[in-house]
Ligand binder design. Structure first.
Ligand SMILES: [Zn+2]
Ligand SMILES: [Zn+2]
Length: 431
């Protein structure tokens, strides 16, 4: 009975093609002649002999087991002869040869610096829930309506007051006005500027498969976001495509009530002038909570809204300033931001945008034409080694931080005017 090829390969590979006898180190292939370029010097020695009468052959192993990798040791011819020699059998026992082989294979693995894909010891696994900063869209308008428009500029369109609370986002493209309201209906908000009788209707899904129309569609969704945030009193920062809080009056800090992660009610600063902890002296800039909101399509028809908290920096509560003039405070905040801070921020925004309800509602005037975003954070169950105890806060998604939370202004900061007490400030202003 021969040693199966798979077993042979396992043995030679794990042995590094080197004799396993301690101190030998002979490479078991050698340069041969041009006709037979590689000479194999290695021998697959049996630990328990193949035959019951051979060296160490007195064993309960079956014939098949005797020809397996587990019972073989790769040796040069000299050392094969040595271990099998009559006088040495008492010295080279089954146990000793197994130990020799194991030591050799471990040394080979270490010396080659390879990475084992089977860790010798797996960390204990735990079940966790991880949260993302993505909210699922639960309803999209079914149709988009387009009709020839008599004006050429969007700021010349003045939608008529529709029914109370209705949003009227629209775009002008290729001479047509596009909206979620049914433009065939002569009571539509755009009736003054569109030719109702020439209305085209598209299924929204049709638009999602066309890259150009998909762009138009996202523009319509972004207009809808402008409407929503405008109603909530947020300002649009055009340069960064995000929304932010302004002070209600010059020089006055602002906070708003919300429902935090682990309590029924709390207040959060949304516009403030940081103070130096040591002296209480006000710094020369203001911070504003801001949010970047982005609709995106997953797969064929699942839309999501990503909620990315940011900070806007101004000199006086109104005038935007370049982050490079501010110093490194904001950088510190970024680097110190762990998972629970992120979730606290995302929680603030989803609560604010959804007014503490299960959904963010964009009413376009007809039942099936509304946009509804669930305020349930997308989450998933994972089975993993868990996170280090020092990061083990009530919400465990520390791995997401890099992707989800970036302080846009913080990039490229280097100046540092007042580093000593900034750590404390960062703590203070984040909580
Ligand atoms: Zn042998
Ligand atoms: Zn040897």
């Amino acid at each position: 009975m021969a040693v199966p090829v798979a077993q042979q390969r396992k043995l030679t590979q794990r042995s590094g093609n080197i004799c396993a006898f301690p101190g030998c180190g002979l490479l078991l292939t050698a340069q041969g002649t041009p006709e037979d370029p590689v000479v194999v010097l290695g021998e697959m020695a049996h630990i328990v002999a193949e035959s019951p009468n051979g060296p160490r052959g007195d064993s309960p192993l079956t014939p098949e087991e005797r020809n397996r990798y587990e019972n073989l040791i790769l040796l040069c011819n000299q050392h094969h002869q040595l271990i099998d020699s009559e006088g040495a059998l008492a010295k080279y026992t089954v146990e000793r040869l197994h130990a020799m082989k194991e030591t050799h294979e471990q040394r080979i693995e270490r010396r080659l610096g390879g990475r084992s894909n089977v860790p010798t010891e797996l960390p204990p696994m735990v079940n966790d829930t991880v949260y993302s900063n993505v909210l699922p869209v639960t309803q999209m308008p079914r149709y988009i309506y387009g009709a020839p428009c008599s004006v050429g500029r969007e700021n010349e369109v003045r939608p008529a007051a529709a029914s109370a609370g209705t949003m009227t986002p629209f775009i002008l493209r290729e001479g047509r006005l596009w909206a979620f309201q049914d433009l065939r209906d002569t009571s539509n908000p755009f009736v003054d500027v569109v030719a109702c009788t020439e209305t085209e209707r598209f299924s929204t899904k049709e638009w999602w498969t066309d890259p150009d129309r998909l762009g138009w569609y996202v523009a319509l969704l972004n207009r809808s976001l402008n409407k929503l945030t405008g109603r909530l009193g947020l300002r649009l920062d055009h340069d960064h495509h995000r929304y932010y809080f302004e002070p209600e009056a010059a020089g006055v800090e602002r906070s708003v009530p919300y429902r935090p992660l682990n309590a029924s009610r709390a207040t959060r600063s949304v516009v403030w002038q940081p103070k130096k902890r040591a002296t209480g002296e006000a710094r020369n800039y203001w911070l504003h909570r801001a949010v970047s909101l982005r609709f995106f399509l997953i797969g064929d028809n699942q839309w999501c809204l990503s909620v990315r908290p940011e900070l806007r920096v101004t000199s006086d509560g109104f005038e935007s300033i370049q982050a490079k003039y501010i110093g490194r405070q904001v950088t510190r905040k970024k680097s110190r931001l762990f998972n629970h801070d992120l979730l606290g921020e995302v929680q603030f925004w989803r609560d604010f945008l959804g007014r503490s309800t299960p959904r963010i509602f964009f009413p376009f005037g007809t039942d099936r034409q509304n946009l509804i975003v669930s305020t349930s954070l997308s989450s998933g169950q994972v089975r993993w080694p868990g996170i280090p105890p020092e990061h083990d806060m009530p919400f465990k998604n520390v791995d997401y931080v890099d992707d989800l939370f970036t302080w846009a202004e913080a990039e490229g900061l280097s100046e540092d005017d007042d580093a000593a007490d900034e750590d404390d400030d960062a703590e203070e202003t984040l909580r």
